[in-house]
Design a protein around this ligand. Structure first.
Ligand code: UD2
Length: 324
């Protein structure tokens, strides 16, 4: 394994019990003093290693945040309302967590002179005019969630410019991997659950829409790079550069599970993005990051984790990693 990009530091992971945050905590814990601020609204305490210090609280609560951030070198800001639908239903509530709390984190980082890595999203692009979509493409979000992530992403850049705060915004494409579950968890975990239960795999629309699926272990590696880079004050796409249609995905999941599920089509999702895929040039050049886990092997490792069937290589490897 490569040597870790961040060592002997005191770090805070907001949303550290969540899907992405908890994998990041696992990667950081062996070499750093790690604090987690999480209200467990969607995160799971069972995901947290014993070595992390847990502060149970809302990231939007200045007192809790102040306590959690005291003396830290880096804040990884992953606390968020991740459901796009929830943001449409209640824009003010998601704004409070996704934007106002993010601003609090940036302010707290100024006090502590800490680096901040913020979780941004491909949602900032809305319907991309060109594919693959580069960081220089126009931003045109189609949901309150996207607007909130865009504002946070812009604030991160502005704090670098105005206050010389080292910030990095990571624009995640479609992240998948172990621990992703629940009603807003994404198409891969939904298809896997359906396939395991031999229930119909439900494609919304014609299945020709496409996404750039990036494994959570790669997202963790991107965070570790962001914690170390000199190229701050920038936003970076975090994807693989490969697009897969939802139809192909359904077939890949069915094959990998050996399921007898049928593949059925439902009504398309209103407002669905047709195609989404990252231009990874800037991230590779400036952040020195490229995704390593291809979709098929990523899905295979998820299936193996569940069935316990050992296959080629180490199924845990894709999640164990990080390091540069
Ligand atoms: C992703 C992010 C979201 C936001 C958005 C920005 C996830 C989980 N969500 O939403 O947070 O950043 O990108 O554009 O990464 N689908 C089916 N059948 C199902 C479930 C989904 O066909 O049972 C389709 C769905 O209609 C869509 C595609 O799969 O075309 C991906 O859906 P998703 O909810 O996993 O992610 P997405 O791209 O809408």
């Amino acid at each position: 394994m490569d040597s870790p990009a961040i060592r002997d530091s005191t770090v805070l992971v907001t949303g550290g019990a969540g899907f992405i945050g908890s994998h990041l905590v696992d990667a950081l814990v062996p070499h750093n003093e790690v604090r987690v601020l999480d209200d467990f609204s969607t995160g799971d305490p069972a995901h947290l290693p014993d070595d992390a210090t847990v502060i149970v609280g809302d990231v939007g609560d200045p007192i809790a945040l102040q306590e959690a951030a005291r003396g830290v070198d880096v804040i990884f800001h992953h606390a968020a309302v991740v459901s796009v639908t929830q943001s449409v239903d209640n824009p003010r509530q998601s704004n409070r967590t996704n934007l106002e709390a993010g601003l609090l984190v940036l302010e707290q980082a100024r006090q502590e002179d800490a680096r901040v890595v913020v979780a941004s999203s491909a949602a900032v692009y809305g319907h991309p005019a060109e594919l693959p979509v580069s960081e220089a493409a126009p931003t045109d979000p189609t949901s309150p969630y996207g607007v909130q992530k865009l504002a946070l992403d812009e604030y991160a850049r502005l704090y670098a410019e105005l206050y010389d705060l080292p910030t990095v915004a990571l624009r995640y494409f479609n992240v998948y991997g172990p621990r992703q579950r629940g009603p807003y968890s994404g198409v891969i975990s939904t298809f896997l659950e359906q396939a395991r239960a031999d229930e119909p795999i439900t494609i919304e629309g014609d299945g020709q829409q496409s996404r750039d699926f990036v494994h959570v272990s790669d997202v963790v590696r991107a965070n570790l790079r962001a914690a170390a880079t000199d190229a701050v004050g920038e936003a970076y796409n975090v994807g693989t550069g490969e697009r897969t249609t939802i139809r192909e995905l359904a077939e890949t999941v069915r094959d990998a599970t050996g399921s007898s599920s049928s593949i059925v089509h439902r009504e398309p999702r209103p407002g669905d993005i047709r195609h989404s895929g990252a231009d990874t040039t800037k991230t590779a050049r400036e952040l020195g990051f490229e995704a390593r886990v291809g979709l098929e092997s990523g899905i295979r490792s998820l299936v193996e984790r569940d069935t316990g069937v050992p296959t080629r290589g180490d199924p845990e490897k894709a999640v164990e990693l990080p390091g540069e």
